[in-house]
Design a protein around this ligand. Structure first.
Ligand code: ADP
Length: 447
């Protein structure tokens, strides 16, 4: 990159210097040509006036010692030239400046000399007797000016190139320095000084890096938690199996141990199911199958499904649902409502109640599960959506909880752009509300 910036810089500079040099020379040469021609015109007119008066070429050499003067008759033959033998000169009737003078009184032309570095300037005027007076002067051609200016221009070019290489490398170094510093100190980017244009990029990299670290930490913590959670039922399965295997357990005991093994295996299965669900939802490749889902219908089905559980826990289940279709993933909606209702029953008290509400409110749909259960203290409310967080571990386990139910609810809500709200008072009950947009902006499942 540094090399590319440098090359571009040098190329632009060389082109700029070259173009300026050509333009300046063209301009100055144009001015120079005008001066020479003006000078010639003045001289030609003076000489013409003199010749018209004196009518002869006597004394001409004294006046025009540094000019070439030629006199041409109307038929084009040369009858005087102060630098050559007039008799040997060819007919000049076709020279552009002579033709022009014969035509309109005055004429001019510039022609290359024998040598490339010189040009000859001609100016002709018609005299009173019809003949033509032509004065000529040699001057440097544009090439010779270029040739002369060339060494100086080259020196200038080399100096400017050197300077530009230096400036460009200094600039690129300054441009790149914060990025290099940032790469070297990804963990302490606060100390890196940078220019304002780079700040948005820096803060983006910083937040992405923090995000990566955070999710790496979370993954490590999750793996540790998963291993721990799996270990408990497996230890108990292994223990009871060992007892049965050793033949120490009587027939009745064996049946009890087998029941314990059955319970622990079920626990393992639920746990593994929840973990699989979460990791599926974590995967960015997982697509939602969006369809029109009536949340009232989902709530009614869930209430039916859980009615037996509620009866066992001596909890009454109520449904207050009005038809509320939304665009959502059906299976996820079932999981969401099920998890909320299941918790409301499991963390309830004998004789308590659970009320499931589904109401369309303008462009939104409110799904809320209210219980008169044990409630959650303020300090714990912020954490209940974290993976494996339980307020009362033994109660959660005793009722078949995995500590992942609300984490799954949170994930599903986020995937549907829904808002979750929790209102709870210890000893009084809990209400968890999820508000869906009827037409979610984000159907791709991005969060
Ligand atoms: P679990 O499988 O343990 O129920 P969840 O993720 O569903 O896990 O819930 C996390 C914790 O939040 C539970 O362990 C419980 O302590 C608390 N909790 C969830 N729902 C309720 C509720 N309706 N009433 C009281 N506490 C609740």
């Amino acid at each position: 990159m540094k090399r590319r910036i440098l090359t571009v810089f040098v190329c632009i500079l060389a082109a700029a210097i070259g173009a300026t040099a050509v333009l300046m020379t063209l301009l100055t040469y144009g001015m120079f040509e005008n001066w020479v021609m003006d000078d010639l015109r003045v001289n030609a007119r003076m000489l013409g006036a003199f010749l018209n008066q004196e009518n002869g070429e006597a004394g001409m050499e004294a006046i025009a010692d540094d000019l070439r003067v030629t006199l041409i008759r109307e038929d084009g033959t040369v009858y005087y030239d102060n630098r050559a033998n007039a008799e040997q000169m060819e007919n000049h009737g076709t020279r552009p400046e002579v033709l022009e003078a014969m035509d309109s009184g005055e004429g001019s032309d510039v022609r290359d000399s024998e040598t490339v570095d010189k040009n000859t300037f001609y100016y002709a005027i018609m005299l009173d007797d019809g003949s033509v007076l032509r004065v000529a002067q040699e001057a440097q051609s544009i090439w010779s000016i270029y040739q002369r200016a060339m060494p100086l221009s080259l020196v200038l070019l080399v100096i400017m190139m050197g300077l530009s290489v230096w400036v460009a490398s200094m600039l690129t170094r300054r441009l790149i320095a914060p990025i290099e510093q940032m790469t070297a100190h990804l963990d302490h980017m606060d100390g890196v000084t940078c220019y304002p244009e780079l700040e948005p990029f820096m803060s983006m990299i910083k937040s992405q890096h923090e995000e990566i670290l955070r999710s790496a930490d979370m993954r490590v913590e999750f793996t540790a938690n998963v291993s721990h959670e799996l270990k408990t039922p497996l230890t108990s399965i292994s223990g009871y199996a060992e007892l049965i295997e050793s033949g120490m357990a009587s027939g009745e005991q064996s049946r009890r141990f087998a029941a314990e093994i059955h319970k622990s295996s079920n626990r393992l299965l639920t746990l593994i199911n929840d973990i699989i669900r979460l990791s599926q939802m974590d995967s960015p490749a997982q697509e939602l199958t969006m369809e029109t889902v009536d949340m009232a219908q989902i709530a009614a089905n869930t209430v039916e499904q859980l009615r037996l559980n509620a009866r066992k826990s001596e909890v009454t289940l109520e449904l207050d649902a009005r038809s509320a279709p939304i665009q959502a993933d059906r299976r996820m909606m079932e999981e969401l409502v099920y998890n909320l209702c299941d918790n409301a029953i499991r963390y309830n008290v004998k004789g308590g109640s659970v009320r499931v509400v589904v109401h369309p409110v303008r462009e939104k749909v409110l799904v809320s599960v209210q219980d008169t259960g044990i409630g959650i203290s303020k300090e714990h409310q912020a954490h209940v959506f974290e993976r494996f967080f339980r307020v009362d571990k033994s109660r959660s386990k005793a009722t078949g909880g995995t500590g992942l139910g609300l984490a799954i609810v949170k994930h599903i809500a986020a995937k549907h752009g829904a808002q979750i709200q929790i209102d709870s008072e210890l000893g009084c009950g809990t209400t968890i509300s999820v508000t869906f947009e009827r037409r979610p902006q984000d159907k791709t499942g991005r969060q």
